[in-house]
Design a protein around this ligand. Structure first.
Ligand code: PEP
Ligand code: MG
Length: 895
């Protein structure tokens, strides 16, 4: 087994094996950039160590021979007393896990080599002298003991911090830099004593032992608690392991001609071209990160060290051309010599992602297909949310986790009950809790946004909020929330119930007061009120360009789920190519309830027929509106699906009304009849009860009325010059016989109504019961199209009540890793997805021209869209707002 790779042996595509940092160090080495020599120990070695608890056989020898090669290259030996080679030992997993794992610098220093280091650094006059070089060497040594003690041997970090503070206090200063060589020599003695007391052994003097222990500590840091939590939150695989990079040390703290910095090849916030970064003279990398000293903008380096600056700019340009993307870079200058310590394709905001993709196309670095890979639907969705209009007046008071995007403003409340109460009075509220639990559900529904001081991306609050599409910031741990006192404290402020706060579910930032909200320009573009050719908004132009290309590439059509004229119109502006699901339940609500009650209570055929006859023209008018809005495009109308008792008042309310009437001696025949009907129709599991196609088979005339309304509407629209393409969809079918029965009746009505109008009506079914998926070949004989109802299909395949589980226990399932994301949010490829695949294949085998689509919530989920593309569906259908996201992802899936 090869466990160790020289930088010259790897490349950027080996992130699985060498980790991100190692792979990119190898790449930079190979394109001729000045990387300090070193080698990478693979993630495989780490995995082996973590499963067996010991270093895999052969690792020690391989480290030995690569170390020798490194020593030869540097002309120095690790920890040599005269002229020591020192190395850093750095973690680096496949995925960036910023600050989660360990690093040990200056490995190879000991009581003797510290003198050699001082000599190397510019001369030492002897073991007791106190030149700058001595100071530097002893400071490096004390840093090693501190880092090594803390990360390798679990010595509490404060022990060292306190000793350092004591030394500074004795010197009458609070600056590290005021400690001279003698102070640092004394500090090393103290540090070694702390080490001995805490570990029961001397600080190891043997360089190779230091190296081996540091490597082991980096392996183990993979399973440090914070790393485990981070991975869970970011849905990163727990078993990947980290690589370990052993790199020759270079020093940015050798004087004013040395320093260290970070650079971006473009602005990661906006994507704008230019030089972005920070520089800190006479410092090591950790000083920049710890923010102890103030950095200067990278442009200043031009004045400080023009040669290094020019060289850096040249490397930045080379890296961009090579990676064809925004790179971020860490570098160090040691006595005027520039070293590249790290690079990677840099993180960026959603806006920057689109802008950069557009720029790179302009620059000829990538083509439009590649541009599609540089952005994604989640980023587009972010750009479609309203945003806070922030000026310097508003500074965040806390930052938590952006758990569910959006910009929400409202009065603070601390209980679910109060949220419901105030929301009922028309107030916008933000529900603030330490963490939420199922009892908070009503308050969460009532609130504009949810803010918690605990919990991450998979906490109850986060999961439920995402499910509801509600803005949520979780884990804002700077908040000290006192529920009984109805207030929280943050950054020196006290916020009481009724005070207004603003929360940003994208960035996780929390503001006091009302931050103005502005609509998204990208939405204005999709709405058609912002002309992409005319605007000088670069983001809108970039989005337009990418979307146009996605549309030209995608195979999947995108339809919308809409059952009103307004939704249909908006979705069409957003690019919907028809309606994939028009739910008809709302056509039985409002002032039509009375007719529905009459229908349900009908005791004779004549009564029932009358009620249906009264509903017919109303529904026909609804369909006419929708067909007009979708003129020329297909509209899938689903026949009524929910159990009819959902249209009756709740049992408790009826029971009370009847009791009150009886008490008063008043007649309440109607209420009594309704109460009896509700009792009669009660179901323990309504979702598995009398609904969908079963209603059509049990209640004479109900489906027939809808079919007639749909067909008459289509004929009316066509006769007035439009063109309607209705597709009648039967819900909840599990057996072909169900569909055949409905179909026979439906065809008769269609033939009768259509006459010579030329209107064509398709008849198809939803596939949302597992049995339908498994008998799709038979069902396809009776269906011209299938539309996958992945909401019910998920509910029935998992046995999860879709209305209850997210709040009740999904947080636990996510915590346990049973799934990484709710199967109601993103398709469960292995289970539910398999049913979809079987049904698609067997359906098409039985009827080759069978149209296939999906209309469950998954139709607008980025990852699911890729799956539906893979299994060969013809279209996805989603809510109007997600139509652009689906268009983009369908394009991405196709290239
Ligand atoms: C489904 O089940 O996926 C579906 C689209 O139907 P509904 O959500 O109305 O049950
Ligand atoms: Mg359904």
């Amino acid at each position: 087994h090869k466990y160790v790779y020289d930088f010259a042996e790897g490349n950027k595509d080996q992130k699985d094996l060498l980790g991100g940092k190692g792979a990119n160090l190898a790449e930079m080495t190979n394109i001729g950039l000045p990387v300090p020599p070193g080698f990478t120990i693979t993630t495989t070695a780490c995995q082996a160590y973590l499963t067996t608890g010991k270093e895999p056989t052969g690792l020690a020898d391989q480290v030995g021979s690569h170390l020798e090669a490194l020593e030869r290259e540097m002309g120095r030996t690790l920890g040599d007393p005269e002229d020591p080679l020192l190395v850093s030992v750095r973690s680096g997993a496949k995925f960036s896990m910023p600050g989660m794992m360990e690093t040990v610098l200056n490995v190879g220093l000991n009581d003797r080599s510290v003198v050699g280091l001082a000599r190397q650094a510019g001369g030492s006059t002897g073991p007791d002298s106190s030149s700058d070089s001595d100071r530097f060497a002893w400071d490096s040594y004390r840093r090693l003991i501190q880092m090594f003690g803390k990360t390798v041997c679990d010595v509490p970090g404060e022990d060292f911090e306190h000793a350092l503070d004591d030394a500074k206090r004795a010197k009458g200063s609070d600056l590290d830099l005021d400690l001279d060589a003698d102070d640092l020599r004394a500090l090393v003695v103290t540090y070694k004593k702390i080490f001995r007391q805490r570990t029961g052994r001397e600080f190891p003097q043997e360089p190779r032992e230091q190296l081996d222990l540091a490597i082991r500590a980096v392996f183990e840091s993979w399973n440090a608690e914070r790393a485990v939590i981070y991975r869970r939150q970011e849905r990163l695989p727990a078993e990947a392991g980290t690589a370990v990079n052993v790199v020759a040390m270079v020093f940015g703290n050798l004087g004013t001609d040395s320093g260290t910095g970070v650079a971006f090849t473009r602005d990661p916030a906006s994507g704008a071209q230019g030089i972005y970064g920070d520089y800190l003279a006479n410092a090591q990398g950790e000083d920049v990160v710890s923010g102890i000293r103030n950095t200067v903008p990278l442009q200043e380096l031009e004045r400080i060290d023009k040669n290094s600056y020019d060289e850096l700019l040249d490397y930045m340009a080379r890296l961009e051309r090579h990676y064809k993307d925004l790179c971020d870079i860490e570098f160090t200058i040691e006595r005027g010599k520039l070293w590249m310590l790290q690079t990677r394709v840099g993180k960026r905001t959603a806006a920057a992602a689109f802008n950069i993709a557009g720029q790179l196309v302009d620059e000829g670095l990538i083509d439009l297909d590649e541009a599609l890979h540089r952005v994604n639907g989640a980023q587009l969705a972010q750009l479609m949310f309203p945003r806070f209009k922030l000026d310097h007046e508003f500074q965040p008071v806390a930052t938590g986790i952006g758990a569910s995007p959006g910009a929400a403003v409202g009065k603070v409340v601390f209980t679910s009950a109060r949220a419901v109460e105030l929301a009922g009075q028309g107030e916008a509220v933000i529900l603030v809790r330490r963490e939420t639990n199922p009892d908070d559900l009503n308050g969460m529904i009532a609130a504009q946004g949810i803010l918690t001081s605990r919990g991450g991306k998979t906490s109850h609050a986060a999961v439920v909020a995402r499910g509801m599409g509600k803005t949520c910031v979780s884990g804002a741990d700077q908040l000290d929330v006192d529920i009984p006192a109805k207030r929280f404290a943050v950054a020196g402020h006290t916020v009481n119930e009724g005070d207004v706060v603003s929360i940003d579910g994208t960035t996780g930032k929390v503001y006091l007061g009302e931050v103005p909200v502005m609509p998204s320009e990208v939405v204005r573009y999709f709405e058609g009120t912002l002309d992409p050719e005319r605007t000088d908004d670069v983001l809108v132009r970039a989005v337009h360009r990418v979307m146009t290309h996605a549309d030209s590439r995608r195979r999947l059509a995108v339809r919308t789920n809409a059952d009103t004229k307004a939704d249909a119109a908006r979705a069409r502006r957003f690019g919907a190519q028809g309606i994939g699901l028009c739910r008809t339940e709302h056509m039985f609500l409002g002032d039509r309830r009375e007719l529905v009650e009459r229908l349900i209570l009908a005791s004779t055929d004549a009564d029932r027929e009358q009620a249906l006859a009264a509903l017919l023209p109303l529904q026909r008018a609804d369909f006419i509106e929708i067909f007009r809005e979708m003129d020329g495009l297909p509209v899938t109308v689903r026949l009524i699906d929910p159990p009819l008792h959902e249209f009756l008042p709740p049992l408790e309310q009826l029971a009370v009304n009847v009791a009150v009437a009886q008490e008063r001696g008043e007649a309440a025949a109607r209420e009594e009849a309704l109460l009896a009907a509700v009792r009669r129709m009660h179901e323990e599991n309504p979702m598995l009860g009398l609904r969908g196609v079963r209603l059509g088979l049990v209640i004479p005339g109900l489906f027939a009325m809808q079919v007639r309304a749909i067909t008459e509407a289509a004929v009316a629209v066509t006769e007035s010059g439009g063109s309607a393409f209705p597709e009648i969809m039967v819900p909840l079918v599990g057996a072909v016989q169900e569909l055949e029965t409905v179909r026979a009746e439906t065809e008769k009505i269609i033939a009768e109504v259509v006459g010579g109008s030329g209107v064509e009506v398709l008849i198809g079914t939803m596939i949302e019961v597992p049995r339908a998926a498994l008998t799709a070949g038979e069902i396809a004989e009776a269906a011209q199209f299938f539309s996958f109802g992945t909401n019910d299909l998920t509910q029935m395949a998992w046995g999860f009540s879709r209305d209850d589980v997210e709040g009740a226990f999904f947080w636990r399932y996510l915590e346990l890793g049973i799934f990484g994301i709710s199967p109601f949010e993103s398709i469960d490829r292995d289970g539910v997805g398999r049913l979809v695949r079987i049904a698609a294949e067997e359906g098409r085998a039985a009827r080759s021209e069978l149209k296939l689509g999906v209309c469950g919530e998954h139709g607008g989920d980025p990852d699911s869209v890729h799956f539906f593309h893979e299994v060969g569906l013809d279209y996805v259908s989603c809510s109007p707002f997600r139509v652009p996201v689906a268009r983009l992802e369908a394009g991405r899936a196709a290239v």
